[in-house]
Design a protein around this ligand. Sequence first.
Ligand SMILES: [Zn+2]
Length: 374
Amino acid sequence: MLGRGVLSRLHCLTQQESNTLTLYVDLDQGSRANRHGGFLVQAEAILKNLRSESGADQQLDDAAKRAFQLISSVEPRGRAAMVVVHPETGLEEVHQAGVHFPSSAFWRRGAFLRPVVEAMDENERYAVVLADARNARLFTVYLGEITEHRHLLSDIAGRSRGVGVDQWRAEKRHERHHDHEVTAHAKSIIDALRDLALEAPFDRLIIAGSPRTTVQIERLLPRRLHGKLIESISLAVAATEKEVLEGTIEVQRRMERDQECRVVEGLLSELHQNGRAVAGLDEVCDVVSDMRVWTLVYEQTIDAEGGECRECGSLVTKTSGFCPKCQAGLQPVSQLVDRLAQVVMETGGRVEVVSGGAAQDMEAVGSIGALLRY
Ligand SMILES: [Zn+2]
């Protein structure tokens, strides 16, 4: 999977004079179009587009063939894959990622890493506490990957029974002894969370396990950690890493959907005269060609054919004829929306692909829109 290590290694390619092919493919098996090798059809079309735009280039043709072989060998686990091929040094890599990237391909000096860098900036790091009355486990989840932090809780059993034997005997007679023990246990878990915050800072906190313990942890959380708490989910303390990861990703997707709804709401509220947004494919093509897009928003499965001006690169919804801006000839583009997303990313804009409720809200305005810089 993708991480900083892979990124910094690939970044070195910018020092090479010759071109690198970077291909992003949406693999998400949650989307029907990607299943049964559907993502390969998509990859093939993107590569074909790139080749027709770049004109005759044997090196690109070879790199595209290699990239397609690499993506064909992938067993989809993540939500997207990145393929990098640099023909001159023979570098060929494919990485899956637990986050979504808009499908796109780039043939230029250096690997095109901006989508990954942005995903890293945007993606929040989750800490997950799993606890019951005796045990506790601590995880972080980032970019679709999970890490268990065992060393932080290695002495938890000792700490939670940190009351001296004599005192313990005395307290045993006391009915509040049990509460005391639970509190000590919760406190030591919070200590471990504080250590984790120093070691691997996290943005969100999920608490799971037996309710008696989780309630206690929540109650004792210091304010700063409490601010990160998003929800408690139902998981046994003995859950496998895979179960913890899946539970966390589900929470994450819920939060993403909320975020998508907010973006769409913002876009819809700017769709008035003098507002800073447009909607509909024609209008979006216009503003993308003028490089005015701050955030491109579209429904996950929308696609259309269109054309690209051979001279000025303007994108339009008709597949042949002449460019409305400079009158030069148009060449057809088979996946217009992917092409729009690619241009927006290349010109420093952002891309938000929406599904679910946010996508329904977008339907009335043509399932595609853009928030504008000016
Ligand atoms: Zn033109």
